[in-house]
Design a protein. Sequence first.
Length: 165
Amino acid sequence: MTSFPSSTGTRNSMPGGADATTIPRAALILGAAGFIPFALFCVAAIMAPPRYVLQAHFALNFYGAVILSFMGGVHWGLEMARQQHDANAPTFKALGISVLPSLAAFAALAMPVHYGAVALAVCFALLLAYDLYCAKAGLAPAWYPKLRIPLTIAVCLAVLLPSAV
């Protein structure tokens, strides 16, 4: 039923001699590049002239909402790919969970920016917990937590920092 190598410490070999817990280069580079706008908007929200602070903070939240929606889409894709190995896939439950980040992101944008930032950080943390569950259950690649944990910590700090200063 599982379609990815286990993250329980088993080192399965992958193409190119890498093990199953090695983050693919493309995922690592694009993941890091995806953090750049978080960093830039965070700095802008802190250091911008007062008349631009709200715009910079909103841009930070807006980008966070887009990325949160994208991260939900990752789970939609994982579930759709699972049907190659599991006749019961895709399930209503898994697809339903995959759309929750988009709904939460939309709700966060409807809030005042400081509350929206907190909502986004909570949602990123909850999604990380679900990502860890999926990797452990073999529903996501074993390397996925190694990418997601540091990125999620950085994203949460970037989204929350402007509200704290």
